[in-house]
Design a protein around this ligand. Structure first.
Ligand code: 5RP
Length: 223
C-alpha cells in the first residue's frame, strides 16, 4: 500500500472529526492537502465551516476548493487543526517543517483547541532525528545561527530552491539540521529556542492531541 493512500485514509479519519460551525486550522504538505481537499468536499455538500491556513500554498488550495478562509487575527478560537508531520515518536512528539511552514503551523497548532496530526506509517519512529530538523532563522542572523547550531553537534544546511535560499511565508530562511538521534528532545528544543535569530524550530512537543496513522487501507489513532 502506497504512502499516498495511507496519507489519504489518515486525512479522511481526521476530517471525520469536523463538526459544522468549526474553525479549522489547515496544515501544509501533501498529507494536509488531502485533508483540505476532503474539507472542500464537505463545504460543497453544505457544511458551514471556515479555515485558517498555515501557508500561502494551503491558502491557495483551500480557495480553489471553495473553503471560506479567515485570518488568524480575526478568530477567537480555532476548534481543530489538522496537519501532517515529517516524523512522530511514541510520545506524539513531532518533527515538522519539511514543507517550510513550521512557523505558521506551530502558531496555528498552539491556537487550536485540538491538534490532530495525520501521517502515513513511514513517519512513525522510535526516536526523532533521522529526518533533518528544520529551523527557521531570520536572514540577518543566519550564519550566526548556523554556527551555534553546529556547536550543538549538528550539521546545518541552508535550504535552497531554484531561485536561491528558500524563503518562508514570513520572509525567513530554513536550516535543515542533522543532529542524528535526538535523545533529549525537550533539552534540544530549549537550546534552540535560546539562540537569538531563530524564529522557530520544527520540534513540536506536547502539541499533538491526537496522531492518526494511515497503515495499509486503514487509519488508527496512536495510543
Ligand atoms: C510542512 C510540514 C508538513 O506537514 C510535513 O513536511 C509533512 O509533509 P507531507 O505531508 O508532504 O509528507 O511540516 O511544513
Amino acid at each position: 500500500m502506497g504512502a499516498d493512500k495511507e496519507k489519504r485514509v489518515a486525512a479522511a479519519r481526521a476530517v471525520g472529526l469536523i463538526e459544522a460551525g468549526m474553525t479549522i486550522g489547515l496544515g501544509t504538505g501533501s498529507t494536509a492537502a488531502h485533508a483540505i481537499r476532503l474539507i472542500g468536499a464537505r463545504v460543497r455538500e453544505g457544511m458551514a465551516l471556515r479555515g485558517v491556513p498555515t501557508s500561502e500554498q494551503s491558502a491557495a488550495l483551500a480557495r480553489a476548493e471553495g473553503i471560506p478562509l479567515v485570518d488568524l487575527n480575526e478568530v477567537e478560537r480555532v476548534h481543530l487543526a489538522i496537519d501532517g508531520a515529517d516524523e512522530v515518536d511514541g510520545g506524539k512528539r513531532c518533527i515538522k517543517g519539511g514543507g517550510g511552514a513550521l512557523l505558521r503551523e506551530k502558531i496555528v497548532a498552539c491556537a487550536a483547541d485540538r491538534l490532530v496530526v495525520i501521517v502515513d506509517s513511514g513517519k512513525t519512529v522510535e526516536c526523532l532525528g533521522a529526518f533533518p530538523l528544520p529551523v527557521e532563522a531570520i536572514p540577518f542572523a543566519r550564519e550566526q545561527v548556523r554556527r551555534r547550531i553546529e556547536a550543538l553537534g549538528a550539521s546545518a544546511a541552508l535550504r535552497t530552491d531554484s531561485a536561491g535560499p528558500f524563503i518562508t511565508d514570513e520572509g525567513n530562511h530554513i536550516l535543515d539540521c542533522r543532529f542524528g538521534r535526538i535523545d533529549d528532545v525537550s533539552g534540544l528544543a530549549a537550546q534552540l529556542s535560546a539562540i537569538p535569530g531563530i524564529v522557530e524550530h520544527g520540534l513540536f512537543i506536547g502539541m499533538a492531541d491526537d496522531v492518526i496513522v494511515g497503515r495499509g487501507g486503514t487509519a488508527c489513532f496512536m495510543e
